[in-house]
Design a protein around this ligand. Structure first.
Ligand code: AMP
Length: 282
């Protein structure tokens, strides 16, 4: 496995790989890798000749009061996990090398990013779209894999690729969960043992609405109240948002239909966790 720090060197190598007729599979991450990330690597690996993973805690997608400095990092461990998954190239740039001091061009999505995490984290998706577009230019992937865990991000990246005609195929990786159902996340590391138990309220909420929806409940207000009650009865849990949206437009719906996404962001103590599910109607 080759480790590359310089964006220019990454791009040179990627262009060489492409010229040799090989395909590139790409998994962008912020590091502190877990099984969720590794599952995306396996998907990319199966679809391409050369697997590139990036680790970059992108300052542009963090708000001024967010956890950029505290974000968990462990490069040595990440490196060995990438190696085990058969990564060919690990791109690990420094943030100074990724953004010019006077950078003034940004990629802004203007519809899908209005609600959900976009509403609670202003500027977040501008940072995400910009860095992903830059990474695509540096890594030249044929295929890139993103996790369903970040449902809004995934749909925004798909839209960016469509609207900017970026020649990459986006694959969706299913949410990987701990045995008790907590969605894996680098941020789970922030949770105390008590909070770790409380964090199960997200999964429990989604299970409850899935069951009610499968049993015929279609009224979003009724379903939302179920989640509100579940979160309210959990110590130290505070709702950031509970949204029922059309899976394609991400616009709120008042009645469930065949493609409804329910998405949650909940603070457990200081830690903001997200989870989501597509509701299947029978
Ligand atoms: P992050 O390092 O958190 O920016 O995530 C990098 C990629 O891994 C994104 O495409 C995420 O959606 C994906 N990811 C994070 N957690 C999970 C998970 N539990 N299951 C599947 N994919 C995940």
């Amino acid at each position: 496995m080759e480790i590359i720090h310089s964006p220019a060197a990454m791009q040179r190598l990627a262009l060489d790989v492409k010229r040799s007729g090989k395909t590139i599979g790409f998994v962008p991450t912020m590091g502190f890798l877990h099984e969720g990330h590794l599952s995306l690597m396996r998907l990319a690996r199966a679809q391409s000749d050369v697997l590139v993973v990036s680790i970059f805690v992108n300052p542009a997608q963090f708000g001024p009061n967010e956890d950029l400095e505290a974000y968990p990092r462990d490069f040595a461990r990440d490196e060995s996990l990438c190696e085990k998954e058969g990564t060919d190239i690990l791109f690990y740039p420094e943030s100074r090398s990724m953004y010019a001091d006077d950078a003034s061009i940004w990629v802004v999505e203007e519809s899908l990013s209005a609600g959900l995490c976009g509403a609670s984290r202003p500027g977040h998706f501008k940072g995400v779209c910009t860095v992903v577009a830059k990474l695509f230019n540096l890594v030249q992937p044929d295929v890139a894999v993103f996790g369903e865990k970040d449902a809004q991000q995934l749909r925004i990246i798909e839209r960016m690729v469509r609207d900017l005609n970026i020649p990459v195929r986006i694959l969706r990786g299913p949410i990987v969960r701990e045995p008790d159902g907590l969605a894996m996340s680098s941020r789970n590391k922030y949770l105390s043992p008590e909070e770790r138990v409380h964090a199960l309220c997200l999964r429990r909420s989604l299970d409850l609405v899935s069951e009610k929806a499968a049993a015929g409940e279609r009224n979003v207000d009724v379903l939302r109240e179920l989640i509100e009650n579940t979160i309210a009865s959990t110590n130290g849990a505070e709702i950031d948002y509970i949204e029922f949206v059309d899976d394609e437009s991400l616009r709120p719906v008042s009645t469930l239909h065949a493609e409804t996404l329910v998405a949650l962001a909940v603070r457990i103590g200081q830690t903001r966790l997200i989870d989501n599910r597509i509701l299947l109607l029978h």
